[in-house]
Design a protein around this ligand. Sequence first.
Ligand code: ATP
Ligand code: MG
Length: 371
Amino acid sequence: MTKKKKITIAVVYNHAGDDIYEKIRDVDPDTLDFEPEYNIKVATVTEEYEAIADALRGQGYNVNILNINEDIQVLVDLLRKKPPDVVFNLIEFYRDDPALEHLVAGLFALYGVRFTGSRPFTLALCQRKGMTKQLLLANNVPTPRYKLLTEPRLPGRHGLRYPLIVKPSREDASSGVEKGSVVYNFEQLNERVKRTFEEYKSPILVEEFIEGRELHVSVLGNDPPEVLPIIEFDFSELPSDHPNIISYDAKWNPLEESFHRVHSICPAKLSRRVEKKVKAAVIDAYKITGCTDYARLDLRLRKDNKVFVLEVNPNPDLTEGVSFMESAEQIGFGFGETLGKIVEFALSRSAPSIPILQKGKDTTKSQKKIK
Ligand SMILES: Nc1ncnc2c1ncn2[C@@H]1O[C@H](COP(=O)(O)OP(=O)(O)OP(=O)(O)O)[C@@H](O)[C@H]1O
Ligand SMILES: [Mg+2]
């Protein structure tokens, strides 16, 4: 009988340059002009990825961690010379561009290496918010009414009802979502659209702003996908000049007051009927966009309890205790345990069958045969 070999995992991420969270460590909280609710010394990007690698080691896997540091060759070397059993894919952009995220995942497929999370097509689709919304609407999954602008102009009779929110359509991690993104009249709309075009790639999304509750819903697995306990955000403490949204600052910037004034509640208090409706929309959207293994969907619940899917995140933040992992913990799945489940989903898929790049001519001496 052959001895069972330890599964090897490469935790792969991309981070280059300074880490702002390292700099924030030098800030004295007493110098802030508001009372911080949360610790401003949050983990650095590298520490967060190290924590994921450590938690996987705790599950008994043999784990290496690799920062490709904006150099795809580093990844090519790994895949050619020492392919792991599975890549834990934490790449969110390449060359600073989120639109290239899916191409990196494409390399894993071309090299015949299993990888966690969604397939390249889904990663690419969900980066294009307009296209995703179109697909959702075509399948009766409600999403706010919108216009996709390819130039910084729209007629006064645009047919959308104020308030509106203006946001980049090909960014994520709340880039370009700010206090001023919510507009209440045509003048503000034009001003905001112009500014967004100056800073972000076309097209730009103008969407009806859904006043009401915000829900983040995480999904785990494939056959069938499981909806984890729902998170609601409490906006009641936000300063009066900040609309009820999770702006970039509210999400990521501990030096801004809004970061300390939005609070998560898990599980969200919803009636059975509403919860059922939310879950149905979430599962539909997860399946329609082709998500695999895990994802987080952001939704709004209007005052009349109509559900709207804002976006599908097939590669959500996996930091311990927040967002996706907050929901997992609520149902009793530990951090390492949840990461382990994601690895097992990837392992249960058959490896991409044509590892074409490995079969070609290769002058590298130390190349290993694929297992
Ligand atoms: N149509 C809308 N109605 C109400 N709020 C909205 C709408 N669109 C966006 N928001 C607010 O802006 C936030 C960020 O928007 P969205 O989730 O679309 O952007 P993102 O950059 O992809 O965010 P993430 O950080 O989740 O990847 C939402 O969490 C929500 O608070
Ligand atoms: Mg979002």
